[in-house]
Design a protein around this ligand. Structure first.
Ligand SMILES: *Cc1c(COP(=O)(O)O)cnc(C)c1O
Length: 367
């Protein structure tokens, strides 16, 4: 009998928390306070503390978390923000949506943006650097924050994939002027739907962002500037608060599985070893493989759900046409994108499931 291996196990993992979640649902339902209520306040305090940041603000999703940060920092037409070409599209779309110009810098072999190339991309119009902690691996924040200081730029962390990740013991979300997190169900800390968070160590910026997510209102009567309605629901806050208690356990499970994959896959493919000082949280477990497309087909034909994050880099998306980039602009990114596969990895994954994935990869290269 063949064993199918799913990419994630959301419904299976939900069972363990069902009673606690239903109790939280009932509490919010009967409490009658559905927007900007007490659960959100508590979650914001707990999340800030988890990220080693002074403040956090609940948003409707990670994309709006990025957008309100950019708006609160004053980004507008003509301003340039430097970010990674190999990310989820929202890293770039958020910049374009506030009227600023996304500028890309190529990546290192670990898949994260290269600080030296970021510095080379700085012009007189550059206002901010936006590194992405891709796959849950922290970007090179020591160098990036130094470059930002030298050139008087803001640092916005796209930490949407990386809650809990650390560099030299310092958590993502505590390095830059502000950071965006996603609570999308495929990220490590899950809403039952969409959700997002901002963290910052700057209380003034926190107030601005709280205003940006709530129609630009500074109090019940006064609208300071036109803005969105993009708040995290009270219900989602209550449900995510429960999951936050389990996050460290889930992260440890992810890391153990990742290290086991590393050990057993090393003879066949390039594995994502952690760099010095890095603690990755493996939102995705990405290998680099020779004959990638054939290996991916082999896995899928044998019941393993493996994916590519992301097959088309952002600078080659139709939406990015007006930015004027071409395929040859970021050779490291193109080389990377041609080899990557995201293998199944989730907290409740069994060794039996993991062995099946490893066996298929081993067989593929032994043939
Ligand atoms: C998921 C993600 C986002 C967007 O978050 P949503 O909650 O889906 O809006 C932004 N950037 C990166 C790197 C992401 O992975």
């Amino acid at each position: 009998m063949t064993l199918n291996v799913p990419y994630v196990n959301l419904s299976g993992e939900a069972h363990a928390l069902k009673n606690e979640m239903l109790a939280a649902f009932e509490k919010v339902l009967l409490g009658g306070d559905y927007i900007l209520g007490p659960e959100l306040k508590l979650f914001e305090a707990e999340f800030a503390s988890y990220c080693q940041a002074k403040r956090s603000i609940g948003l409707s999703d990670g994309t709006h978390a990025l957008i309100v940060i950019l708006r609160a920092l004053g980004m507008q037409g003509g301003d340039e923000v430097i970010t990674a070409p190999n990310s989820f599209i929202a890293s770039t779309s958020s910049i374009a949506l506030v009227g600023a110009k996304p500028v890309f810098a190529d990546i290192r072999s670990d898949g994260n943006i290269d600080p030296e190339r970021m510095e080379s991309a700085i012009t007189s119009r550059t206002k901010a650097l936006m590194p992405v902690h891709l796959t849950g691996r922290p970007a090179r924040m020591t160098e990036i924050t130094e470059i930002a200081k030298k050139h008087h730029l803001f640092v916005i962390e796209d930490a949407c994939q990386a809650v809990g990740a650390e560099l030299d013991g310092k958590r993502v979300g505590s390095w830059g002027d502000a950071a965006a997190f996603s609570l999308h169900p495929l990220k490590n800390l899950r809403a039952i739907g969409d959700g997002g968070m901002v963290t910052t160590n700057n209380p003034e910026l926190a107030e601005k962002i709280a205003c940006e997510r709530n129609h630009g209102l500074i109090n019940r009567e006064t609208c300071e500037r036109w803005s969105f309605n993009c708040r995290l629901d009270e219900l989602q806050a209550a449900l995510v608060r429960i999951q936050l208690k389990y996050l460290d356990t889930w992260t440890e499970q992810r890391r153990k599985l990742a290290f086991r994959y590393n050990d057993l896959l090393r003879p066949f493919v390039e594995v994502p070893d952690e760099g010095v000082g890095e603690k990755s949280v493996y939102q995705t477990y990405v290998i680099k493989a020779e004959r990638r497309d054939a290996l991916l087909a082999h896995l899928r034909e044998n019941g393993v759900v493996a994916l590519i994050h992301y097959a088309t880099p952002i600078h080659l998306q139709p939406a990015a046409r007006s930015l004027g980039y071409s395929a040859g602009d970021f050779p490291n990114t193109m080389k990377h994108v041609g080899k990557i596969i995201s293998l199944p990895l989730f907290p409740s994954m069994t060794h039996e499931q993991q062995d099946r994935v490893i066996e298929l990869i081993a067989n593929f290269y032994k043939k």
